[in-house]
Design a protein. Structure first.
Length: 254
């Protein structure tokens, strides 16, 4: 779901709760908003606010951890690609075909996932398309070592290529959302209740309305942050192609 749409919807619900609270204040009997009633309501809302803060913190922390994990996976794969190329270089000139294929594969994958367009869009599905590193593995398997050095280089290259292939499919699996939507729905409901209590007891003036709007935007902004971090290949906050481009620059060098 579009993070901007969800964020706007969340803000409308949250600020709508404050407006509803203001409207309720005008129709509720006086004893419902007496000092004794206010004390009980404030304690109840404080409990809800504590739960909301805990859940919001959990969502932000979980989304940030997931984002960092995916970014580290990409950096690790990029480093292994350089190591694979260096290992093939140690094998000798016979591995030049495999090295060229590796470079071509990475260049193609970069163009597929991060096309050089004006909007800097990403094509997430491209991660799982094509043979990818598996084609390089087959090329390495076709090598015929003539000495112990080449035998070691072939074995090491196959192991590194296997690690890269495994990381590729891990990245592919991580393109799906890890956000638990029930958490988000319940969190928004709690925020609506909290802001409803604000509106119920707040005086009706421009300063209060502006304060509630700013607070509502802040809450909606935190939800937007969670949604953006949950989709690391799209939106404003996303994984950069820089590690893979740096790896590509190193491939094929003597």
């Amino acid at each position: 779901m579009n993070p901007v749409f969800v964020t706007v919807l969340a803000f409308v619900c949250i600020f709508g709760g404050a407006v509803l609270g203001m409207l309720l204040r005008g129709v509720l009997p006086e004893h419902h908003i007496s000092e004794a009633s206010k004390d009980v309501i404030k304690v109840a809302i404080a409990t809800v606010a504590t739960l909301a803060a805990l859940v919001l913190g959990l969502l932000v922390s979980s989304a940030k951890t997931s984002f960092d994990t995916k970014e580290n996976e990409l950096r690790g794969s990029s480093a292994r690609l350089i190591l694979l190329d260096r290992t093939l270089a140690a094998y000798g000139l016979e591995a030049k075909g495999a090295r060229d294929l590796l470079r071509q594969t990475i260049a193609l994958r970069l163009r597929q996932i991060w096309p050089e367009s004006g909007d800097d869009a990403t094509v997430v599905k491209a991660i799982g398309q094509g043979a990818g590193i598996e084609a390089v593995q087959r090329s390495i398997l076709e090598l015929s070592p003539k000495n112990d050095t080449q035998q070691w280089a072939k074995s090491a290259a196959l192991q590194i290529a296997s690690d890269v292939a495994a990381a590729r499919w891990v990245l592919f699996e991580q393109t799906s959302s890890v956000l638990q939507w029930p958490f988000l729905v319940i969190l928004i409901f709690w925020l609506v209740v909290i802001f409803g209590s604000f509106g119920l007891f707040a005086p009706r003036n421009a300063s209060v309305v502006v304060a509630l709007i700013v607070a509502g935007l802040s809450m909606a902004g935190s939800i937007y942050l969670v949604l953006e971090l949950d989709q690391p290949y799209d939106g404003l906050i996303k994984i950069s192609s820089y590690p893979l481009r740096m790896a590509l620059d190193q491939l094929g060098k003597p």
